[in-house]
Design a binder for this molecule. Structure first.
Ligand code: GTP
Ligand code: MG
Length: 312
């Protein structure tokens, strides 16, 4: 029963949560009803993105952060978003978050999610998966995502705080993303600080971040150093994430982020429905007819689109 499923999600029952997420991830029939029904039960979970190059230590850091949140009796969901999953069917993902030592803790839910497949944007799907965890009573939702590119940008839109994890060898990457750095990260972590050149990177990164124009009162991204394997620097990172949450809460930025997500979700629904009703079999056929012609014989794309609005 549908209402049964919703009740179970609200009680945080794992099988129900997993089912809802699978439905959302694969846009299965009924997933929209689930999203509509859980809306009132969303709490005020804090969504954190952990992003950075492959092997930077994102999972190791996540693992340690989960321990710290558990010490505060917070329930934590960890979602690995994998950009390479269409070929591995998510198998790789299991690997990427494998090292989490919390798999048998009932207050921790670990789950992977492909970045492709299903319809709609990744930002919306990430957000919707977060909504399910929120409805299920999770306090903290951590999204781990690899690399520096479109996938992270999508995930960034769905989170409240973003931690960019770099390693001492990340100098080139930093130069490449220079301008975009501030837009992506709220906190920067140089992990593997037990290696050479960690300090050098810290100086470079701090200079780049400080050279970006800033208005007063604006959050200035912090650069922290960690050694995820030993836990060194984890407490300051944990505290700084908390400070960022306070900042966004007090400045109203958190509300703005939630409003933006709400608006995006509505807009995406509208586009989807519009697409579905607009593309009648006749219109699809009209497009196919053009495609069957030589490019030079086709109506230009602008007038072609216009004609689709005119003919019923
Ligand atoms: N020396 C050193 N090794 C580390 C540190 N943090 C993580 N590692 C090691 O680096 C490797 C990759 O760590 P992960 O936590 O899996 O990194 P990841 O960023 O999650 O990797 P992907 O998800 O595959 O992109 C593992 O062998 C870790 O033990 C660190 O601070 N110092
Ligand atoms: Mg990982």
């Amino acid at each position: 029963m549908f209402s049964d499923l919703i009740n179970k999600i609200q009680r945080g029952e794992r099988a129900a949560v997993a089912r809802a997420i699978t439905a959302i991830e694969n846009t299965l029939p009924g997933h929209e009803e689930i999203l509509a029904a859980i809306y009132p039960f969303r709490g005020r979970a804090f969504r954190i993105g952990i992003t950075g190059p492959p092997g930077a230590g994102k999972s190791s850091l996540t693992d340690k952060l989960v321990t710290l949140y558990r010490q505060q009796h917070k329930n934590v969901a960890v979602i690995g978003v994998d950009p390479t999953s269409p070929f591995t069917g998510g198998a790789l993902l299991g690997d990427r978050i494998r090292m989490l030592s919390h798999f048998d803790d009932p207050g921790v839910f670990i789950r992977s999610m492909g970045s492709r497949g299903g319809h709609g944007g990744l930002a919306t799907r990430t957000q919707e998966v977060g909504d399910v965890f929120e409805a299920a009573g999770f306090d903290i939702i951590l999204f781990e995502t690899v690399g520096v590119g479109q996938v992270e940008l999508d995930v960034v839109q769905a989170t409240d705080s973003v931690v960019v994890v770099l390693v001492p060898e990340s100098g080139d990457e930093i130069q490449m993303m220079k301008a975009g750095l501030m837009e992506i990260g709220d906190l920067f972590v140089i992990n593997k600080a037990d290696r050479a050149d960690a300090n050098k990177l810290k100086v470079t990164l701090t200079n780049i971040l400080n050279s970006a124009p800033q208005s007063t009162g604006q959050w200035r991204p912090e650069v922290l150093m960690t050694v995820a394997t030993t836990g060194e620097g984890l407490d300051p990172l944990f505290k700084m994430i908390g400070t960022h949450l306070e900042y966004i809460r007090e400045t109203g930025l958190w509300q703005q982020k939630m409003d933006a997500r709400y608006a995006r979700q509505v807009r995406e629904q509208v586009s989807k429905r519009f697409d579905n009703t607009f593309w009648t079999p006749q219109k699809k056929q009209a497009l196919e007819d053009q495609l069957s012609l030589k490019p030079a014989d086709r109506i230009n794309p602008i007038d072609m689109a216009g004609s689709l609005f005119v003919d019923g």
